[in-house]
Ligand binder design. Structure first.
Ligand code: UTP
Length: 292
């Protein structure tokens, strides 16, 4: 019987250089979209998908993430003494039970594959999810939840996928499709950041994965790939033949918060998705457009 997906890895060890100087002393994953850090959305998505253990692979300069997922007693005390009950709830009511969060450090940011490998002892011998917080997804049903439902039927290594314009393939990992049936795509391979003319398709993976634990043996000896980094997708590629590699066409829209324009777009999209601010934000946007 397939094991349940109980654990998620949040790789948060990257340098976030595209957001300098904001990320000089603050982790990229703590950048807020509207009023909460992007890592908070990732955490909410994992929890809504039934995940019980949250594993952060951090690095230097990332302690703000640990503080975010802990009590802030001084602030809580002050809010409580001022009867600010709603604000107090926002600081603590969502905290997961003690012991369900673990942290490990990726001492050198050698790439996403390396970051995931750093979590091997915390994962053990069971399938697990990976969420890249800077890929945000707005959807009715959380993206990871959709994937776990699919994984429970098929097993294998899986990544969420979406179509991108052909001229953009150079920015993404692109699937070489063997077979496509409904939302599920079976890949015969994956090419990291191909030139549009060489791209085997326009189906790109986004930062949501479900992985079989066998990935750790492959990552152990994985050589550096695209960008001089140890790539997770290279390891998934190596496993094809033994472990199928599925792409899952998720329902929803993805926002790439890893770059500055995508981050601004995410802020607008998530604000418009909020009943408490939608109308005012729309009004402001209309004013901008009419001035152009
Ligand atoms: P990115 O490719 O966006 O890299 O990583 P980055 O370092 O965060 O940002 P830039 O390119 O310098 O601006 C995607 C995710 O993988 C994590 C990052 O923290 C981010 O959440 N990551 C990346 C690691 O945990 N370790 C790494 O070595 C690389």
């Amino acid at each position: 019987m397939k094991k349940k997906v109980r654990k998620v890895v949040f790789p948060v060890g990257g340098l976030g250089t595209r957001f300098l100087p904001a990320t000089k002393s603050m982790p990229k994953e703590m950048l807020p979209v509207v009023d909460r850090p992007i890592i908070h959305y990732a955490f909410d998505e994992a929890r809504a998908a039934g995940i019980e253990q949250f594993i952060f692979v951090t690095g230097r300069n990332k302690s703000a993430i640990e503080d975010h997922f802990d009590h802030s007693y001084e602030l809580q005390h002050t809010l409580s003494s001022r009867d600010k009950h709603n604000e107090l709830a926002l600081t603590r009511d969502w905290l997961p039970p003690a012991g369900s969060i673990s942290y490990t450090r990726q001492q050198d940011p050698l790439g996403l594959g390396h970051a995931v490998w750093c979590a091997r002892n915390l994962i053990g011998d069971e399938p697990f999810a990976v969420i890249l917080a800077d890929d945000m997804v707005l959807s009715e049903k959380p993206c990871l939840g959709q994937m776990i439902e699919q994984y429970n039927k098929t097993g294998g290594n899986m990544a969420a996928v979406m179509d991108v314009p052909r001229e953009k393939t150079k920015s993404y990992g692109i699937l070489d499709i063997e077979n496509s049936e409904g939302k599920l795509v079976t890949a015969r391979g994956l090419v990291e950041k191909p030139d549009p003319k060489n791209a085997p398709s326009t189906l790109s993976i986004i930062g949501r994965y479900i992985l079989e634990p066998g990935i750790f043996d492959v990552l152990e000896t994985q050589k550096k790939g695209s960008g001089g980094e140890i790539q997770l997708t290279d390891a998934m590629n190596t496993m094809i033949g033994k472990t199928p590699f599925y792409g899952y066409r998720f329902d929803g829209k993805r926002y790439d918060c890893g770059n500055r324009v995508g981050y601004v777009e995410a802020n607008i999209a998530f604000a418009l998705d909020r009943a408490d601010m939608k109308d005012r934000v729309m009004e402001i946007m209309k004013q901008f457009v009419s001035k152009e």
